[in-house]
Design a protein around this ligand. Sequence first.
Ligand SMILES: Nc1ncnc2c1ncn2[C@@H]1O[C@H](COP(=O)(O)OP(=O)(O)OP(=O)(O)O)[C@@H](O)[C@H]1O
Ligand SMILES: [Mg+2]
Length: 468
Amino acid sequence: MIALSLAEIAEIVGGQPHDIPDPSVTVTGPVVIDSRQVAAGSLFVAFAGERVDGHDYAQRAFEAGCAVVLAARPVGVPAIVVDDVQAALGALARDVVRRLGTEVVALTGSSGKTSTKDLIAQVLQRHAPTVFTPGSLNNEIGLPLTALTASADTRHLVLEMGARGIGHIRYLTGLTPPRIGLVLNVGTAHIGEFGGRDQIALAKGELVEVLPEDGCAVLNADDPLVRAMASRTKARVLLFGEAKDADVRAENVRLTASGQPSFSLHTPSGCSDVTLRLYGEHHVSNALAAAAVAHELGMSADEIARALSEAGTLSRWRMEVTERPDGVTVVNDAYNANPESMRAALRALAAMGNGRRTWAVLGPMAELGDDSLAEHDAVGRLAVRLNVSKLVAVGGREASWLQLGAYNEGSWGEESVHVSDAQAAVDLLRSELRPGDVVLVKASRSIGLERVALALLDNAVEGEVAAR
Ligand SMILES: Nc1ncnc2c1ncn2[C@@H]1O[C@H](COP(=O)(O)OP(=O)(O)OP(=O)(O)O)[C@@H](O)[C@H]1O
Ligand SMILES: [Mg+2]
């Protein structure tokens, strides 16, 4: 964090100093919520979680060199005590970002936030020093912590914003007011909690409502619910997508034989060819979104195309492709799943197949409410329509719906199978995989299906694979 004295911090967060002999001491180190990450000069934020209470670790944080603890009660070491630790952390982030004058790019959407944020970061880094959300830390704690890593030379702050209900995005934008706001898509992620797609659009659209007049709303022209958000902002609108009227668009989109998208990028400043290193056609939309942001920040089409073509995956388990020595390709997309991302991943698998045997090892998609049966059924059917060689549905009731969908679409029981858990899937795959097969592994986060992909890869390292 930028250097601030304990007295300044107490004032910003409206807190009471306790056990502070010298209020002119400055915080110079990182702001952390885990005492194991404390470095010299840190600010340790003590959260009282369900299982662990950060206040119990204040002494340890102090011994590790932290300058002060932000806490809800005195802790026997230098502390700034506040009523609401989360609100205080937010207030500190807001103040620091304002002092720095850093340009904030905020993005939200149902699918692809982390993938797109990573693309934006890799493109903007070519342009100017950029700080961005690590992984998917997109909530009321991760967002201020990320913002507080910005320093005086940070030009761009790229922040992923997640929402599980109305008002969440508004809260996050209050902490780090963006000038550029990007909405990727309105899908069905967390639809059960939201209570419908229109509610999701209402929640995501809060991002463009807060943009200033000299701001820019970057909206997906191909998603009607996102396009409609143009009426909810005073900012200028920049459309991206494959639609003819999009300001930043892709033409001649195709997948290479290895499943990587290639297209010609058109921006108002010119056009240039892109071949992504990422897998799956859904990344075209993500790349266009990143290109639109970069265009708004003054980069040329050539610069953007070059940066996009060189960008890799920064966050784990998202279409992570590993070639095993025996020629089996494992695609670990087990970070999360919803109906849109399931479809996108299945299409990528089909393209990667290209004459090879393809396996879709799929688990439940969580939080779909009343749509759950229909959505699982539809994914099972799509696997058959795309000619995926074998669907392995893993888990309980939802998995049986996946398998039944495939069966009813005409898999005749040969091409789809239902197994009870990850271990059963691993056992099946170990005995059935052959060199040249491509295996996609995907389910909602709570299922932990990455264990299947990791087991398949460990196995290869140990050379135990039954390659028949
Ligand atoms: N534009 C897209 N459309 C559909 N699916 C996508 C898109 N981009 C990424 N995905 C898929 O969605 C899943 C989640 O991707 P990612 O982590 O980038 O999204 P996210 O919005 O950050 O998710 P979360 O809400 O968990 O933070 C991955 O399986 C990825 O392959
Ligand atoms: Mg994410």
